[in-house]
Unconditional design. Structure first.
Ligand code: UDX
Length: 440
């Protein structure tokens, strides 16, 4: 099939490359000429494991090309995926200006039947809006259909997730268009659900809000565990064995960041409000999440006292491992709070440091975890990169001014760390159960 993919961010580029790899002819479109040049040279503008290799292979074999010429891409293609950004506005609602602009250009360039597929995360009703805009802009009455095909890929495993999705959701009001998109995905041999447009649009937000809810839920439980001498890791494990609950997304810690969960839950709350429904549930998910970083920094302050002049080392800055993305990363809020309290902050992240440096030039960026530990009064694990799992903790302890370890992702075994001579804090993991008295 001939496909255009508009927008070469995480979703667009990965989608384009994977469809090319499945044998389709793909034109990736972006307004940013530098990005387009990089892609055509086989250099992915984003860091994503496996993406460069897949991009280069499909460029060499002539199935993929990038361009800034959207009208040309529309004319050449049967299916056009809209994958442009929908950044939040001040009210928390997604800004649809990029989607609108693409829809208008598609309308102007229409030269025959097209299927316009929306992959950007957009509120329910956007498919109808795209249809209206295309209708308003088309010069001749060429037919087209609008489909919603939400993306569920995670950063860091985007290629794998795109090739092995748990489900493929295809929302279309016209079965003919839906069946064409089914054909496109057929080689993946994954479960497909065909729904109407509104249903597909809601599935995306309902899924992300539910995952965020699981994280905030376990974090609320973690706070209770801390007060009562319980261990949230064991609570979550036992809960997860209930098949109706499951183990995934029950890791207590610093909460969720990234480009999706915070913005999507906020947007969903707004949508619910727009339809005169109560957004409290969704707002609470965010409120619990916002409280995580201050709570963590409070633990450091409780241990060290006044942070003025104290040195705090951070391991990891990215919003999660295997990405250089720092959007809504918990590290940013933690750095801000530590600096505000007068601490000196050192940090190391395998790939995200260049992104944090312009925001916080006063942080001392290090070459590895051991350099971060040097003369630190506290070491805080923020992002659970694999390379932090098996550190030489003997060496770390010796390098530190005071051996205080704050584990924001519950990566380490508390008993082992205490045996090694650390004061150890894990989120929702009581220091010493004998210290606690329950209140009943
Ligand atoms: C997410 C969704 O998983 C994906 O389906 C959607 O399309 C986009 O948003 P992503 O933002 O890449 O993907 O990250 P994900 O791996 O889901 O993690 C999100 C955040 O939640 C991270 O900050 C992570 O540290 C945090 N998290 C995750 C927890 O704190 N606890 C958990 O148990 C799981």
């Amino acid at each position: 099939m001939k496909i255009a993919v508009v927008g070469t961010g995480y979703v667009g580029l990965v989608t384009g490359v994977v469809f090319a790899d499945l044998g389709n002819e793909v034109l990736c479109v972006d307004i940013d000429a530098a990005k387009v040049d990089a892609i055509n040279k086989g250099q992915s503008p984003i860091y994503e494991p496996g993406l460069d290799e897949l991009l280069q292979r499909n460029l060499e074999e002539g199935r993929l090309r990038a361009t800034t010429d959207l009208a040309h891409a529309v004319r050449e293609s049967e299916v056009i995926f809209i994958c442009v950004g929908t950044p939040p506005t001040e009210t928390g609602e997604p800004d649809l200006k990029y989607v609108d602009a693409v829809a208008a250009e598609i309308g102007c360039a229409l030269n025959g039947y097209k299927i316009v597929v929306n992959k950007s995360t957009v509120p329910v009703g956007t498919g109808d809006r795209v249809r209206r805009i295309i209708e308003q802009h088309r010069a001749e009455p060429h037919e087209f259909d609008v489909v919603s095909n939400p993306e569920f890929l995670r950063e860091g495993s985007a290629i794998h997730d795109t090739l092995n999705p748990d489900r493929i959701v295809i929302g279309a009001d016209n079965p003919r268009a839906a069946m064409r998109i089914v054909e496109l995905y057929a080689p993946l041999e994954r479960p497909m659900l065909i729904t109407n447009l509104a249903t597909a649009e809601i599935i995306k937000y309902a899924s992300n809000a539910f995952l965020a809810l699981k994280i905030s839920y376990i974090n609320a439980i973690a706070d209770l565990c801390e007060r009562t001498g319980a261990d949230v890791v064991q609570v979550a494990k036992a809960m997860g064995y209930d098949q109706r609950i499951g183990h995934a997304f029950l890791q207590a810690g610093l909460g969720f960041g990234g480009s999706c969960f915070p913005k999507d839950v906020q947007a969903f709350a707004r949508t619910v409000q727009r339809y005169q429904l109560d957004p409290t549930l969704f707002q609470t998910i965010l409120d619990i999440n916002h409280a995580r970083a201050p709570h963590f920094v409070a633990q450091i302050r409780n241990r060290l006292g006044d942070l003025q002049g104290k040195v705090v080392g951070l391991l990891g800055l990215a919003f999660k491992p295997n990405t250089d993305d720092i959007r809504e990363a918990r590290a940013l809020e933690i750095i801000r709070l530590l600096l505000q309290a007068g601490a000196t902050v050192k940090a190391y992240d395998p790939v995200a440091m260049p992104r944090v440096q312009p925001l916080f030039p006063e942080v001392r960026y290090c070459r590895n975890a051991y350099e971060v530990a040097e003369n630190a009064d506290a070491l805080a694990l923020i992002t659970e990169w694999n390379e932090f799992r098996q550190l030489n903790f003997e060496r770390i302890r010796q390098a530190m001014r005071q051996p205080n370890l704050f584990d924001g992702r519950n990566l380490y075994d508390p008993q082992r760390m205490r045996k090694l001579g650390f004061y150890y804090y894990g989120v929702g993991r009581a220091a010493d159960p004998s210290e606690f008295k329950t209140v009943l």
